[in-house]
Design a protein around this ligand. Structure first.
Ligand SMILES: Nc1ncnc2c1ncn2[C@@H]1O[C@H](COP(=O)(O)OP(=O)(O)OP(=O)(O)O)[C@@H](O)[C@H]1O
Ligand SMILES: [Mg+2]
Length: 481
């Protein structure tokens, strides 16, 4: 563990000296400042975890400094140095977030005790936060299922990746094949499982904010940076960072990530100090990264660096042996969740499911079973409500679906595809001649459903025949939350 850094701020040389000597002997890294101005500079260059701050300084009021330090970085531990006459100010200091105080003249033993206790308390707080984060993860955890030979191979690779502990992992597979579940499984089976798992969707975060999210910033790094903030790399310390949809990461950011992985260190935005990286990186994408490298849209050096361990999840159509198991699992899950008392899935339904190509993979299977379980009126789950299109050959310009929609125009959204319903209530979307991303269509439909239901997510989800969680997941994906 890195040595804790303490900054001593006092205008009296003797005090700075008599405090710093024993602290250095006790293994702390110590620096000093004799004025408020110098303290302010050293906070950003030396980056202490703790400041021992004199309440009276020649050029500044200690309380005002305290307030400023805490508003810039609320994690900074500040211990006030006071004279006994300053009882009133000491009480004020607690209000502004001081952790404790030491009174002049000092008793060195009690100074050491106060410092140790403050660090211990802080460590405990971090542990509690990290622990509750990892517990949440485990409770939330969906089960990763599969009994096809292809998935058994995937399980073996997950285990091997988990055992390596720090090696970067690249997960590739079509949308809905379970990349996120696989990433969480690698984390949970690794020695990092007690530490946090942080996920960032590179496609959902605007390019200019991505670096900030990953590396954090110092106060004043840009116009709105009123406070310093930790990035995901720091928050996930000792754990795992999952870079989802890495194929959408802009090229300049790819260079910065590569540098951080190679040097095992990085800087906050606007920072002067290196921070050590102790996280495992798992990246995922549903885009062909290799082709992107060939086309110059993804850095070859980052691709090879990420691809140290590769997990390729086959599409569901290539591992149909998984369908009965997954179908049964989702059926039981939703039968219980919606308090339906259906007896089972009919064998004919399993057959229909097994002959379908599932372009949306396991996610589509899950959604389809959820909808069918809600709508089924007999005792057995039949194929009618699965809403799968068994003949995928529709015409080239129009997306046909049995979903109903109203064409309500969204303000400021006029670049989204226009949608109308025809007399048979089929949703018709006129696709632009030069192509459109599928995500854009999905986002438009979500926005319209929310608009139709006055932003009520539960109603919008019901309308789209999705669970609220699935809707929220998608909203998060499109940065709508
Ligand atoms: N093997 C599996 N066992 C159980 N559930 C699964 C499995 N694979 C996927 N799922 C479920 O399918 C849904 C989609 O999975 P996930 O989000 O991990 O896919 P993804 O590959 O990350 O998709 P995208 O590329 O669109 O982000 C989730 O609800 C997940 O719980
Ligand atoms: Mg995903």
């Amino acid at each position: 563990m890195s040595k804790e850094k303490i900054l001593i701020v006092d205008d009296e040389h003797l005090i700075r000296w008599s405090l710093s000597q024993p602290l250095i002997k006790n293994g702390y890294t110590v620096d000093t400042a004799e004025s408020g101005a110098e303290a302010q500079t050293k906070i950003s260059t030396f980056r202490p975890q703790m400041v021992l701050l004199d309440i009276r300084l020649p050029d500044a009021n200690g309380l005002e400094l305290l307030e400023r330090f805490k508003s810039d970085d609320e994690d900074l531990i500040v211990i006030m140095i006071t004279a006994y006459a300053d009882v009133g100010s000491t009480v004020e200091a607690f209000k502004f977030g001081a952790e404790d105080y030491i009174g002049k003249p000092f008793n060195l033993e009690s100074v050491k005790h106060v410092i140790e206790q403050a660090f211990k308390k802080r460590q405990l707080k971090v542990q509690v936060e990290q622990f509750s984060h990892s517990i949440e993860q485990q409770i939330d955890e969906d089960r990763l299922l599969g009994n096809s030979p292809e998935m058994i191979d995937v399980f073996k690779i997950i285990k091997r990746c988990a055992e390596t502990n720090d090696k970067t992992v690249l997960i590739q597979g079509e949308s809905g094949t379970g990349k996120e579940l696989v990433a969480k499984a690698v984390h949970l089976y690794s020695r990092r499982s007690k530490a946090p798992f942080f996920e960032i969707n590179c496609a959902a975060i605007p390019d200019n904010l991505l670096e900030n999210e990953l590396f954090g910033h110092e106060k004043g790094a840009y116009t709105d940076a009123g406070k310093s903030r930790k990035g995901i790399f720091e928050l996930a310390d000792s754990g795992t960072v999952f870079l989802d949809e890495i194929g959408d990461m802009p090229l300049p950011m790819q260079g910065k990530i590569l540098k951080a992985i190679e040097n095992k260190r990085y800087r906050r935005l606007g920072g002067d100090c290196d921070i050590d990286v102790n996280v495992r990186i798992i990246a995922a994408t549903n885009r062909g990264l290799k082709e992107m490298v060939e086309d110059g849209n993804f850095r070859a050096d980052l691709y090879y660096r990420l691809n140290v361990m590769a997990i390729n999840i086959p599409p569901l159509r290539d591992r149909k042996a998984d369908i009965p198991l997954l179908a049964k699992y989702f059926f039981e899950l939703f039968n219980k969740e919606y308090n339906r008392h259906l007896e089972d899935i009919s064998p004919a339904t399993i057959e229909v499911m097994s002959s379908y190509s599932w372009p949306g993979n396991v996610r589509e299977l899950r959604n389809s079973i959820e909808r069918a379980t809600i709508l089924e009126e007999s005792r057995f789950l039949g194929p009618n409500n699965l809403n799968i299109i068994t003949d995928p050959k529709t015409d080239s310009g129009t997306l046909n679906t049995t979903m109903l929609s109203e064409n309500k125009k969204m303000p400021g959204n006029n670049q989204h595809p226009p949608a109308t319903t025809n007399s048979s209530n089929e949703l018709q979307i006129t696709l632009p001649a030069d192509g459109i991303s599928f995500g854009e269509i999905e986002k438009t439909i979500i926005l319209q459903a929310l608009n139709k239901h006055a932003d009520n997510q539960t109603k919008a989800a019901r309308y789209l025949r999705l669970s609220r969680d699935t809707l929220r997941y998608r909203m998060k994906k499109f940065n709508l939350l």
